[in-house]
Design a protein around this ligand. Structure first.
Ligand code: NAD
Ligand code: UDP
Ligand code: UDP
Length: 318
C-alpha cells in the first residue's frame, strides 16, 4: 500500500533522531518544511538534542526501539538508530547487532508495506582495518568477524546486505551511505569518541588521552557537510542506491588531532598515552570520487574551522 499524501508535505521518519547526527538531520528537514517523526529509544541520544523542536507543529517524538516492529504511515525513512561510539556499542554487543539487523528488517518491512524510500546510515567500519587506502566503495574490507568491534561492523555489514536484498527482491528504493568519522556540536561529552574526548579533556585542563602511539589516522567530517551529503543522496534519482562514501578526505593522525585541539583551546593539558584498543583500525580515509560525481557533493569545512565551532559548543556546555 502506498503511503497517503497530505498535501505536498513529506512525512519523514528519522530513527536515532535524538542522537548526534539524527538531531542535525531533523533540523534540516524541519527547516525545509517536512513533517518529521523522530524515533529513538534514548540509549545514547537525549531529549536535549531535540528540546528546541518539542512543540513544533511538524515535529513528533516517539520513544521506540527499532528492534520491535512498528506500524506507521510514512514517505521516507532515515535509519540512523544504532550506538556509534565504540564505548557504547561494546557496552551491550548483542543489543548492538540486534539493533542493526532486527532494526533494519523492521524498517525495511515498514518501507516495503508503505512504499517509502529508505536510507541506511552505514559506516566506514564496513571496511574494517583497511588494507586498501584510501577506501573506495568497491573495496570489500578487512573485518574481524569475532572481535570486540564485530557487533558493530558485522551488524552494519548485514544491514547493507538486507538493504540490497530488499532492493533486488522487493524493488525497494534504497539509499546506503557509508559515513566516515563525523564530529560537531551535540556530540555527547562522555560519548567516548576521539574528538569529544580530546576537547573535553583540553577544556578541563585534564590529560589528553591518546590510545596507542597516536600514529593511527582518521578523516574527520564536520556534521553540517555530512548532513548536506545525506540530503543530496536521499533526493537523488532512484537509480542511485549507494553504497556511497560521505566523509572528509583530510587525513590526520591522533597526535596531530591532539595538537590541534590543544592549540585552538589554548589548553595547558599534556598528552597521556594509553593502551590501544584491540582491532583499532590503523588508517582511514574516504575516496569521495563517487559522491563528487554522482551527488556533486564535497565537504566545505576544514578541520580547524570545524574544531573551532565544536570547541565553542563544548566550552559553553562545560
Ligand atoms: P548517536 O549515538 O548520537 O545516535 C544514535 C541514536 O540511535 C541515539 O539517539 C540512540 O539513542 C539511538 N538508538 C540506539 N539504539 C536504538 C534502538 N535499538 N532503537 C531506537 N533508537 C536507538 O550516534 P551518531 O553519531 O548520531 O550516529 C548515528 C548513525 O550514524 C548510527 O547508525 C551510526 O552507526 C552512524 N555513523 C556515525 C558515524 C559518526 O562518526 N558519527 C560514523 C559512521 C556511522
Ligand atoms: N514490519 C514492521 N512494520 C511494517 C511492516 C513490517 O515493523 O509496517 C516488520 C515485521 O516485523 C516484519 C519485518 O518488518 O517481520 C519484515 O517485513 P517483511 O514484510 O519483509 O517480512 P515478513 O512480514 O514476511 O516477516
Ligand atoms: N582515540 C584516542 N583517544 C580517545 C578516543 C579515541 O586516541 O580518547 C583513538 C581511537 O583509538 C581511534 C581513533 O582515536 O584510533 C578514533 O576513535 P573513535 O572512537 O572516535 O572512532 P573509531 O575508532 O570508531 O573511528
Amino acid at each position: 500500500m502506498m503511503a497517503r499524501q497530505y498535501g505536498a508535505r513529506k512525512r519523514v521518519m528519522v530513527t536515532g533522531g535524538a542522537g548526534f547526527l539524527g538531531s542535525h538531520l531533523i533540523d534540516r528537514l524541519i527547516e525545509r518544511g517536512d513533517e518529521v517523526l523522530c524515533l529513538d529509544n534514548l540509549f545514547t541520544g537525549t531529549k536535549q538534542n531535540i528540546a528546541h523542536l518539542l512543540g513544533h507543529e511538524r515535529f513528533e517524538f516517539m520513544r521506540h526501539d527499532v528492534t520491535i516492529p512498528l506500524y506507521v504511515e510514512i514517505d521516507e525513512i532515515y535509519n540512523l538508530a544504532c550506538p556509534a561510539s565504540p564505548v557504547h556499542y561494546q557496552h551491550d554487543p548483542v543489543a548492538t547487532t540486534k539493533t542493526s539487523v532486527h532494526g533494519a528488517i523492521n524498517m525495511l518491512g515498514l518501507a516495503k508495506r508503505t512504499g517509502a524510500k529508505i536510507f541506511q546510515a552505514s559506516t566506514s567500519e564496513v571496511y574494517g582495518d583497511p588494507i586498501v587506502h584510501p577506501q573506495r566503495e568497491d573495496y570489500w574490507g578487512h573485518v574481524n568477524p569475532i572481535g570486540p568491534r564485530s557487533c558493530y561492523d558485522e551488524g552494519k555489514r548485514c544491514a547493507e546486505t538486507l538493504f540490497f536484498d530488499y532492493h533486488r527482491q522487493h524493488d525497494l528504493r534504497i539509499k546506503v551511505v557509508r559515513i566516515f568519522n563525523t564530529y560537531g556540536p551535540r556530540m555527547h561529552p562522555s560519548d567516548g569518541r576521539v574528538v569529544s574526548n580530546f576537547i573535553v579533556a583540553a577544556l578541563k585542563g585534564e590529560p589528553i588521552p591518546i590510545y596507542g602511539d597516536g600514529s593511527q589516522t582518521r578523516s574527520f567530517c564536520y556534521v553540517d557537510d555530512l548532513i548536506d551529503g545525506f540530503l543530496r543522496l536521499m533526493d537523488s534519482g532512484d537509480d542511485v542506491t549507494g553504497p556511497i562514501n560521505i566523509g572528509n578526505p583530510g587525513e590526520f593522525s591522533m597526535r596531530e588531532l591532539a595538537e590541534k585541539v590543544i592549540a585552538i583551546t589554548g589548553s595547558k593539558s599534556e598528552i597521556t598515552y594509553l593502551p590501544l584498543p584491540q582491532d583499532d583500525p590503523k588508517q582511514r580515509r574516504p575516496d569521495i570520487t563517487l559522491a563528487q560525481n554522482v551527488l556533486g557533493w564535497q565537504p566545505t569545512v576544514a578541520l580547524d574551522q570545524g574544531l573551532e565551532r565544536t570547541i565553542a559548543y563544548f566550552a559553553k556546555m562545560i
